[in-house]
Write a protein that binds this ligand. Structure first.
Ligand code: AMP
Ligand code: ZN
Length: 475
């Protein structure tokens, strides 16, 4: 089964071709800017990208995934003006910009683990993996050379001009500029959006390199062409994407906010530097998580973090289930009630999972498994895939086959359905006892199940039997 995806570039659903000779599909996902905690809106995008990656694997496409960490401070303004966000936070928290980047990168990676994002980079920097690493986490500050090299190429080919504060990309020299947004970026500007022009020749021009102000010693700055400076806002993704995935590659993702500026600029830089088009064959964009009709945003304050959810007693995977209530290209409204409903639904599935016993494939599980896959293969229709699972569980009578289907679904959707509820799993001997308990109930061997229940209780494990199955909890 091939994967069909909606491509922002062509505005069509298109099948994703399998690279020749079993080569991996190249996937680049724009990572976080690490000057603050991420909010759950950011994680909606990362969950969508994770489902994409898991679906690729499910359908037999090998994947090479690159994600950046923006640890060079973006500027506060939407254009290329304003203060550096990383330095701003550093001053507020009385730390260095490097400390800030390190701290928030670590919190991001710890959240990512809790959300079961399937991303396991090894080695740092990843170049040490002689080009074979499958998951690559690359920090902008560790790839300054690649970024300078891309700026060099752009200068040499005549795509840039210099102003007092930096080196700018001249979008008038790149006729295809903004094709991704279908001109939306220009109509946005024409509608009176304020653009700080400075010495820019065109409103859409952007900095590929910024000069440090002569009067200021910045915490993060590098010497380039005889002056101190730092990379522009967008250069890291095109430079690192090309360094690890080649001049052109298959998939590039982010939230919809990246379409008009960040991704438009990445395309312009990458294609101008190499002369090869398209830079990326498929562009995929996730819609926003909204709250009270407004986009949840990092800079706006008042946002909800994964830690906030945990404090209120939610498992990060409850949030993952909640994300599955809408297709990734539709906006999703955050509310605590909806999250509570997701928590209950996931908990029912977990109870079901623990009651089904050992999995074994058969005709029914295979047929439902295909339906499940087909929904994912059709532009990642997770709500439909999840609905197929619920219907299948109601219909499949053979418990082992139901378990097999649920396991396969959990592999793709990463809901932790077969894991114990508490942080620490059961010790092996208790887990075995609980499994034996489930088996004894299945075979109606009540003498054994009573004995096992008593033994588990003596070890502090309370077993609860419900219509959907048996679960355990610690006393
Ligand atoms: P940033 O660190 O701001 O670049 O954001 C990281 C990712 O989260 C990007 O792909 C953004 O497009 C995405 N993002 C930001 N806000 C939201 C939101 N409210 N809902 C969904 N995705 C978002
Ligand atoms: Zn990016």
């Amino acid at each position: 089964m091939d994967l069909t995806l909606y491509n922002t570039l062509t505005k069509k659903n298109e099948p994703l071709a399998r690279p020749e000779g079993g080569a991996p599909v190249g996937l680049y996902t724009c990572g976080p800017t690490v000057y603050n905690f991420l909010h759950v809106g950011n994680y909606r995008t990362y969950v969508f990208e994770d489902v994409l990656k898991r679906t690729l694997k499910l359908l037999g496409y090998p994947v090479r995934h690159v994600m950046n960490i923006t640890d060079v401070g973006h500027l506060v303004g939407d254009g290329d003006e304003g203060e550096d966000k990383m330095s701003l936070t550093a001053r507020r928290e009385n730390k260095t910009a490097w400390d800030i980047a390190k701290f928030y990168t670590e919190t991001f990676l710890s959240d990512a683990k809790k959300l079961k994002l399937d991303f396991h980079p090894v080695g740092n920097p990843p170049r040490e993996n002689d080009g074979k690493a499958v998951d690559i986490l690359c920090r902008a500050t560790e790839h300054i050379e690649e970024q300078m090299a891309q700026v060099d190429r752009l200068i040499k080919k005549g795509f840039t001009y210099e102003t007092a504060d930096g080196i700018y990309f001249d979008t008038a020299k790149f006729p295809a500029y903004g094709a991704l947004a279908g001109g939306a970026h220009l109509s946005g500007l024409q509608e009176g959006q304020r653009v700080a022009m400075g010495e820019k020749k065109n409103p859409t021009d952007f900095a590929v390199w910024k000069f440090s102000p002569a009067t200021e010693k910045r915490q993060m700055e590098w010497e380039y062409r005889g002056r101190m400076g730092f990379p522009g806002w967008h250069i890291e993704c095109s430079a690192m994407g090309q360094a690890y995935l080649g001049d052109t590659f298959d998939l590039h993702c982010g939230g919809v906010d990246h379409i008009p500026i960040h991704h438009a600029n990445e395309i312009a830089q990458a294609e101008a530097a190499t002369g090869k088009s398209p830079f990326v064959r498929f562009w995929l964009h996730g819609e926003f998580l909204v709250m009270n009709k407004a986009k949840m945003a990092k800079s706006a304050g008042g946002f909800i973090t994964l830690g906030d959810l945990e404090t209120k007693g939610f498992d990060p995977l409850d949030y993952r289930y909640f994300c599955y209530s809408a297709h990734y290209r539709k906006q999703l409204d955050f509310s605590w009630e909806a999250l509570e409903a997701a928590k209950t639904a996931r908990s029912r599935l977990r109870e079901k999972a623990s009651s089904l016993g050992a999995p074994a494939d058969g005709d029914e599980s295979r047929a439902w498994g295909e339906r499940f896959q087909a929904a994912l293969a059709a532009d990642l229709n997770v709500p439909e895939a999840l609905a197929a699972v619920h219907t299948a569980l109601a219909k499949i009578e053979n418990r082992a086959q139901a378990a097999a289907l649920l396991r396969a679904a959990d592999e793709a959707l990463a809901l932790g359905l077969f894991e114990s509820k508490t942080e620490s799993p059961l010790a092996p001997e208790l887990r075995e006892k609980f499994q034996a308990y489930l088996r004894s109930r299945e075979t109606k061997d009540y003498a054994s199940s009573d004995r096992l229940r008593k033994e588990l209780a003596e070890a502090g494990i309370v077993v609860k039997d419900t219509k959907e199955g048996s679960t355990w909890s610690r006393r």
